[in-house]
Write a protein that binds this ligand. Structure first.
Ligand code: NAD
Length: 379
């Protein structure tokens, strides 16, 4: 089988879907590995390292696409690429299926088997290929560093002969994978950290990291779905949450929001009024920006300063600020996916339709949209 890792759009994406280490592992499985020249330049993996690992540079993108049996990407393919894909080939990456019905239809029409990293079930068996987690964890870490770099204050408490510097106060909204890593990072830097999540199960995890769990009575059930994701709140619950958070935000030097509801627009939780109540110089990082944003006025990829001097960072792709490691773990997730479906005897991918992981993440196959969540939409 011929595997190809094309270059990503460099204006959007410094990460890559292949590292020299995963190229070597794929070769060992029995794949022939090709990569776009300069694939790992922005993430710190030189072409020579891929070549030393046994991969071959593919100078003509269209030719490599037409010939590839397996295409590994970070992001969705441009529509122009879809026309070049080999029928029966396997495509995998973050395909953004909730927002890309046209792309899904075209992938189906191209006759390819397209799998989406976002849809891989969050189960123990699939942990090694859980790219949402591997990337969210780095984004949570990077969010704290980005906020700290913009804050005019230090994070840790310092007792000096010239007086005591008090620890910065950090509030993390949403304590999933990104939020928990943000808590751990802010704690390591010496900040005083508080956090809130609608899933009650998270309280113990927050406390075990040395942060305080903010109690807000939302009234009614706020449990989690069978997949472990948060449920959407009612408008009344959102209003109660906002009222409960306003004081915490006002006292915080840094607010990092990571609140998401899988497959839906992120809830708008930090209002203009709450921002107006914050101290000048405070920093808000909106990690949910790519799914609509938790913070009023946040703009993707930009810093916005409110009239009262609060900086809002619309944090698109913060994992890309640590692209070397984001690429390392993302490529390892992709390798784990390939390895799971690899048939060592025939040296091909065996996509068994009864496999639970495949059922979760396969969007198109044999000319049709096969994932029930999206097939219904396109019908
Ligand atoms: P996510 O990115 O979908 O959401 C981030 C966080 O926002 C979640 O903790 C969610 O509860 C929270 N949230 C949603 N609405 C909120 C609101 N109104 N206010 C405050 N917080 C709100 O979640 P994720 O980080 O991808 O994690 C999803 C789940 O998957 C978690 O339960 C996690 O533990 C689980 N998980 C399991 C495995 C595994 O078992 N292998 C691996 C990774 C994650």
């Amino acid at each position: 089988m011929l595997c190809y890792a094309p270059a990503e759009d460099s204006s959007l994406e410094p990460r890559a879907a292949l590292t020299p280490a995963t190229a070597e592992a794929l070769k060992k499985l029995g794949l022939d590995v090709r990569f776009a020249p300069c694939l790992g330049l922005a993430s710190g993996y030189p072409d020579a390292a891929y070549v030393a690992a046994g991969a071959t540079p593919a100078p003509v993108h269209a030719t490599a696409l037409v010939e590839a049996d397996l295409v590994l990407r970070v992001r969705k393919p441009p529509l122009a690429d879809v026309a070049c894909l080999k029928p029966g080939s396997v495509q995998i990456g973050f395909l953004d299926p909730f927002n890309e019905s046209d792309l899904l239809a075209r992938l189906a029409a191209a006759g390819v088997a397209a799998a989406s990293l976002e849809m891989i079930p969050r189960t123990t068996l699939a942990q090694k290929m859980d790219a949402l987690s591997s990337q969210a964890s780095l984004a949570g870490y990077a969010a704290v560093l980005q906020a700290a770099a913009r804050l005019r204050r230090a994070l840790p408490m310092m007792m000096t002969p010239a007086g005591t510097i008090l620890p910065a106060r950090v509030f993390i909204l949403g304590a999933g994978v990104a939020g928990l890593q943000a808590i751990a990072t802010a704690r390591r830097l010496g900040a005083r950290v508080e956090a809130f999540d609608t899933r009650p199960v998270v309280e113990e995890q927050v406390k075990s990291l040395g942060a305080k769990f903010v109690k807000i009575d939302l009234g009614g059930d706020t449990g989690q779905t069978a997949g472990g994701y948060a449920q959407a709140l009612t408008p009344e619950q959102v209003a109660r949450q906002q009222a409960g958070m306003a004081k915490v935000c006002a006292q915080s030097d840094i607010v990092i929001t990571t609140a998401k509801v899988f497959g839906r627009r992120a809830p708008r939780l930090v209002t203009g009024e709450m921002l107006a109540g914050m101290q000048p110089g405070s920093v808000v990082v909106d990690l949910a920006i790519d799914s609509g944003g938790n913070v009023e006025g946040s703009v993707p990829g930009r810093d916005v300063v409110t009239p009262n001097g609060v900086t809002i960072l619309g944090a698109s792709n913060l994992e890309g600020t640590v692209a070397y490691h984001a690429t390392q773990v993302l490529a390892a997730n992709l390798l784990a996916w390939v390895t799971h479906f690899w048939n060592a005897e025939t040296k091909t991918l065996r996509l068994n339709p009864d496999d639970e992981i495949l059922k979760g993440c396969l969007l198109t196959r044999d000319g049709a949209i096969v994932h029930p969540q999206f097939a219904a939409k396109s019908a």
